[in-house]
Design a protein around this ligand. Structure first.
Ligand SMILES: NC(=O)c1ccc[n+]([C@@H]2O[C@H](COP(=O)([O-])OP(=O)(O)OC[C@H]3O[C@@H](n4cnc5c(N)ncnc54)[C@H](O)[C@@H]3O)[C@@H](O)[C@H]2O)c1
Ligand SMILES: [Zn+2]
Ligand SMILES: [Zn+2]
Length: 345
């Protein structure tokens, strides 16, 4: 089959590789209908990935059709249209069965396309371990593009907003307006936020934030502007969706008394100087973590079905998978209105 493979920094190639095969009775093989590029794929693209491996297939956001099932699979069959959770677990322990695959009790938590261990899904086909738990039939009234956004980006954004304690009447700041941060604006309104500040250096992304009703700011002006707008109180909820030390630091500086700071931006084992005295004095709550995607689906599915959340509007490009290298480059340079890049094999 054809797939996007990682060969080093800024070197993604559309090449042949072995077709995925059933390895375990609970596996499912899915023919990919469409897949997307995530901000986490950019970390790999920059050479700040999750392993030293080369040649593996990248990508962890995809939807498609079941073409083969292992002998133990009962609830999925050939022809089913499914969405794949970016995060996977063993599918058998109590945590996984509750949708909390990240905290899999058998330590089988993982993600596609971070190394050769579990090949990615920016490909013509992908092997899904424990398919009955790690894949879900796309519910009625949800389009392929909407389902695709629910495989990681929307789920992570929703999880990050919950972690930020966003609730009725609260003032929110979102640092980083990639697809995940922008979706956070829509999520914040659904959760009852009264006011949302949205921060990013890219003017086009700030313009989208404004169109969603947020007050958009450049990072250099954010602290002073929010200080003035809130008469020094700052915000109650902060979502950090970039992953740099300086943006985590900015998120902490925007937090007012008893505020909650939620970090979902990925930052590979770097040290970070935490402002202990200020956090102590303000009584801050700090949360960080990775989203257990299936856990968010019971809330997100009805919100997308009813049109309260419209994640598909953050898709900027539909391209053939063969243009994958160009799609990575565009998304990386944040040019040409690039936001969510969707690829079709
Ligand atoms: N925790 C999880 O489960 C999880 C899952 C998926 C993605 N992520 C992470 O979420 C982050 C965002 O992903 P995305 O898909 O939206 O990617 P993205 O790369 O498009 O978004 C990052 C945004 O941050 C902005 N930015 C850069 N410097 C900034 C600064 N100084 N201040 C404010 N904004 C700045 C960029 O302009 C960009 O718009 C990535 O770090 C990704 O790895 C985490
Ligand atoms: Zn991702
Ligand atoms: Zn498990």
């Amino acid at each position: 089959m054809k797939a996007l493979r990682y060969f080093g920094p800024r070197d993604i190639r559309y090449e042949s590789m072995d077709d995925p095969a059933i390895q375990d009775d609970r596996d499912v093989i899915v023919k990919v209908d469409r897949c997307a590029i995530c901000g986490s794929d950019l970390h790999i693209y920059h050479g700040e990935g999750f392993s030293e491996d080369l040649g593996f297939c990248v990508g962890h956001e995809s939807v498609g059709e079941v073409v083969e099932v292992g002998r133990a699979v009962r609830r999925l069959k050939e022809g089913d249209k499914v969405m794949l959770s970016a995060a996977v677990g063993c599918g058998a322990c109590a945590s996984c069965l509750a949708g909390n695959v990240i905290h899999c009790e058998n330590n089988a938590a993982g993600c596609y396309g971070l190394s050769s261990r579990l090949q990615g899904s920016q490909a013509e086909a992908v092997r899904v371990p424990a398919g009955e738990v790690n894949a879900r039939i796309i519910p009625e009234g949800i389009s392929l593009d909407q389902a695709l956004m629910m495989t990681d980006a929307l789920a992570t954004s929703w999880f990050g907003c919950h972690n930020a304690d966003i609730a009725s009447g609260r003032t929110v700041a979102i640092v980083g307006l990639g697809p995940i941060g922008l979706m956070g604006i829509e999520n914040a309104w659904v959760m009852g936020a009264a006011r949302v500040f949205a921060i990013d250096p890219v003017p086009e992304r700030r313009a989208i934030a404004e169109s969603l009703g947020a007050e958009a700011l450049h990072p250099d002006e954010a602290v002073a502007a929010i200080q003035e707008a809130t008469r020094g109180r700052m915000v109650e909820c902060v979502l950090e969706a970039v992953g740099h030390e300086r943006t985590i630091d900015l998120a902490l500086r925007l937090a007012g008394r008893r505020a909650t700071v939620s970090v979902i931006g990925v930052n590979q084992d770097r040290r970070f100087e935490f402002p202990m005295a200020r956090a102590f004095a303000a009584g801050l709550t700090f949360r960080i973590g990775t989203c257990s995607v299936p856990e968010t689906w019971p809330e997100l599915i009805p919100l997308v079905q009813s049109g309260r959340l419209k994640p598909e509007r953050f898709i900027s490009h539909h391209l053939p998978l063969s243009d994958g290298a160009m799609a990575y480059d565009l998304f990386d340079r944040r040019e040409d209105g690039a936001l969510k890049m969707v690829l079709t094999p």
